[in-house]
Design a protein around this ligand. Structure first.
Ligand SMILES: Cc1cc2nc3c(=O)[nH]c(=O)nc-3n(C[C@H](O)[C@H](O)[C@H](O)COP(=O)(O)OP(=O)(O)OC[C@H]3O[C@@H](n4cnc5c(N)ncnc54)[C@H](O)[C@@H]3O)c2cc1C
Length: 485
């Protein structure tokens, strides 16, 4: 009898969710296999909006600088034409970076560019997706999953993650329902090279029959993303696209030269009833699909992966399996709220994305991982841990995000030292004039507002697990046991 190759985690799908999970597992030294049924990388611009919270996640994963170098840039102004005149508006309410929130506005990067940067990071960590390999079946028992691939090969994994998109194979195979709605009509999205429009603004037109068409200059490329109601006939030849443009814009000076990628999509809002069945988990569009309004789908998908990565690593290293259940407990309510936001934006004629869309206020207050010790501060258990420019022991500038970066838990303790024994996976950082982190300008106090003998415990994914003060050590130790620290 031949034995299946074994791995700790089989990730099915190398889109934004699968790649993010792979990077997080790779940097933690977890063994995994990443497969994708597509013959090669995804070529379209589809999800082009990266929200501020995702940019913070990318900073931690070591991909933000490469993404900026690849051309990720702020959104241009939206220009809506009405006959000979036009009105310019901002995509979202304007906001400026603050010491606590280094990214206030979303950046644009076409999805193929974001995924390329993620693959490059994965490569630097010594891994690559295996393209052209579809998952075709699986069976699970108490210890793991035996997955069958299109090649006939089987792989034995302790855990499997279905990050296989809205048309997931894994979700229905698990028998997980996907309730929600599909709205009438279809949208189209295409990447085009054209003459006749400036790259300074996002051009929006409404045709004589109310059908829209827009052209967004895609950051980091010489392409425009064309979006609009899908035509009755799905012909995306250059001639057909030019005819459609003339009909909807009424202009004869816009000429498409090339249309390297085009696709249509349905307007769906659906949420999986469960994110976990035994040793199989769902992440990204496999667990929730959104209308494209609000630019939330890809962001929610990669943040699912970021929530799951450290938990899988901890359980594989011996933490109680119940830690995995906090993934669904934390992420499913987020997807439900995001779905509400995307569908609400869909029914507005003028798209105005507010703070809600930026995902900085997403929090897990009800999570079993959030320990309430009854200490008042500016942050509470479940909140995103804010950034703050400080100084190190040597006086050099250091941001709280740099301290929190990496695979560890972090205990930031101000004032009195805590009676917490050092342990693997936990960084204990003293905050104060003689500490590791000096709050020279008061930004840390401003963002965290801890009592003088207070501490904050921050999870590996940058969320606050507990806020306490000297004397709370015993309860903190008991809490550590939940996640194997
Ligand atoms: C027009 C449009 C605009 C959008 N704009 C935005 C935006 O501005 N911001 C935003 O956040 N989101 C946006 N989105 C949504 C975004 O594109 C998706 O949410 C995102 O791609 C989800 O990532 P994912 O990794 O979960 O799934 P996917 O990107 O769909 O990746 C799934 C992968 O799984 C693979 N796969 C499938 N089945 C199998 C199998 N059996 N075996 C192996 N592999 C398999 C597929 O080949 C694919 O590569 C937009 C979507 C559309 C259509």
């Amino acid at each position: 009898m031949t034995h299946s190759p074994t791995t700790d985690v089989l990730i099915c799908g190398a889109g934004a969710a699968g790649l993010t999970l792979a990077i997080d597992l790779a940097r933690r030294g977890v063994d995994f296999v990443l497969i994708d049924k597509a013959e090669g990388p995804f070529q379209g611009s589809r999800g082009k909006g990266l929200q501020p919270r995702s940019l913070e996640v990318f900073e931690d994963l070591g991909v933000l600088d490469s993404l900026l170098a690849a051309g990720a840039a702020p959104y241009p102004t939206i220009r809506a034409y009405a006959g000979e005149t036009f009105t310019d508006t901002l995509l979202g309410e304007d906001a400026q970076p603050t010491p606590a929130e280094p990214w206030a506005m979303p950046l644009m990067a076409p999805q193929f560019l974001t995924e390329r940067v993620l693959r490059d990071r994965l490569k630097a960590l010594g891994h690559a997706p295996r393209f052209g390999i579809a998952l075709t079946g699986f069976a699970q028992d108490a210890d793991g999953v035996t997955a069958t691939l299109e090649t006939g090969e089987t792989i034995r994994a302790k855990w499997m993650v279905g990050a296989d998109g809205g048309r997931s194979f894994v979700r229905p195979a698990l028998g997980v329902e996907f309730p929600g709605e599909t709205r009438p009509g279809r949208g189209m999205v295409a990447d085009i090279r054209l003459d006749g429009l400036s790259r300074e603004v996002w051009h929006n037109f409404t045709g004589p029959n109310g059908q829209r068409i827009s052209f967004c200059p895609l950051a980091g490329t010489d392409l425009f993303q064309l979006q609009g109601h899908a035509p009755d006939e799905e012909d995306f030849s250059v001639a057909a696209v030019n005819a459609l443009i003339r009909q909807r814009t009424g202009r004869d000076d816009i000429f498409v030269r090339e249309a390297p990628w085009a696709s249509t999509f349905g307007i769906n809002a659906r949420l999986a009833e469960r994110y976990r069945v035994g040793r199989v988990l769902l992440a990204g569009d496999a667990a929730h699909v959104h209308p494209p309004t609000g630019g939330q789908g890809l962001n929610t998908s990669l943040q699912d992966a970021y929530n799951l990565g450290w938990k899988l690593a901890a359980v594989l290293a011996g933490a109680p399996e119940s830690l995995i259940d906090t993934y669904e407990a934390e992420r499913r309510p987020i997807a439900a709220a995001v779905l509400g936001l995307s569908t609400r934006l869909l029914s507005q004629t003028e798209v105005k994305r507010g703070r809600e869309a930026r995902q900085l206020d997403l929090a897990y207050p009800e999570s079993p991982l959030s320990l309430d010790l009854g200490v008042a501060a500016k942050i509470a258990p479940g909140d995103r841990a804010p950034d703050a420019p400080c100084r190190g022991r040597d006086g050099a500038p250091v941001r709280v995000f740099e301290i929190l970066a990496g695979a560890n838990w972090t205990l930031l303790a101000s004032g009195a030292s805590l009676a917490i024994a050092p342990r693997q996976g936990l960084a204990i950082v003293a905050v104060g004039p003689d500490g590791d982190l000096i709050d020279a300008e008061g930004w840390f106090a401003d963002a965290y507002g801890l009592p003088t003998d207070g501490f904050v415990l921050v999870r590996p994914d940058g969320y606050v697990a507990a806020v306490g003060r000297a004397g709370d050590e015993e309860r903190l130790e008991a809490h550590f046991a939940q996640f194997g620290l």
